[in-house]
Design a protein around this ligand. Sequence first.
Ligand code: FE
Length: 213
Amino acid sequence: MFVGNDFKKSEYWNCFIVKLKIIRMNFTLPVLAYTLSALQPSISEQTMAFHYGKHHQTYVDNLNKFIVGTPYENMSLEEIIKSAPDGPIFNNAAQVWNHTFYFEALGAPGQKAPSCKAIEEQWGSFDAFKDEFSKAAVGLFGSGWLWLVEGQDGKLQIIAESNAGNPMRKGLRPILCFDVWEHAYYLDYQNRRAEYVKNLWDILNWEVILKRF
Ligand code: FE
């Protein structure tokens, strides 16, 4: 029981705590380092408006909705991805993370293939790596993600994950990902996924990607 000022103080702190909790549980859509039209002609402004502005935003909104009142409410995205069972919370958390990782590694067209010792050691040349990664991206059945990851043995691997799959769930460290859900390319390429994958290499921001090694 609180009297006079004590009550007011307690009410103030309760409100403050509630406010903090609301701030904490809300994941937000990350701001892009480029404009929606910056990735043209590989990816159109219209695709970005839907993919980033609608799809990515919806995953963020759904995640914020689904975690209320669950143990995931106060976890980081990474913690949710590693611990949530298959289902809506995992799917939306992973899709938020995957899209953030994907968009973060894109940039203005005309990026040059990097000199990357780790890739050259593993595949012989950057072109050989690019070829294997592209074939796997085109060959992934249905919706999913293509990943370049580092295993616990320090070796690089190319892996495909269906739907919202994220390699951190298997103890692998993500370095690069291609979104091959149809929503990533259908407006620009319709069924021509191979063309989308080919043009994606032109807009990779290697400054960002090389820092992830
Ligand atoms: Fe997507």
